[in-house]
Design a protein around this ligand. Structure first.
Ligand code: SF4
Ligand code: SF4
Length: 87
């Protein structure tokens, strides 16, 4: 079981293809992601939370729209991961 918080939204950066190809350290470890601004990261860090699962609004509309996005989503997998990380 993976208890290390790897992202704000619940994506597992250790399984991401860009980790190696882009040398990405994961969104919790960087201020300016190479892919541009992420509203989830900004929202989460703005509330001084480690990840979305700690938020009173979890899982909010924004997070849901990312998680269930037809092209970029993961069918809600990241939300489940936030639940695993817990509060
Ligand atoms: S979508 Fe945003 S919060 Fe999720 S891993 Fe990427 S930068 Fe982090
Ligand atoms: S669950 Fe939504 S409101 Fe809460 S930190 Fe994440 S993106 Fe922001």
């Amino acid at each position: 079981m993976n208890n290390v918080v790897e992202s704000r939204c619940g994506i597992l950066c250790t399984e991401c293809e860009f980790k190696e190809s882009m040398g990405c350290k994961g969104c919790v470890n960087i201020d300016d992601p190479f892919w541009g601004e992420c509203p989830v990261k900004a929202s989460c860090e703005g509330k001084s939370l480690e990840h979305c699962g700690q938020c009173v609004e979890f899982p909010c509309e924004l997070l849901n729209s990312f998680a269930y996005d037809e092209k970029q989503g993961d069918g809600g997998r990241r939300i489940k991961q936030c639940e695993k990380w817990g509060r």
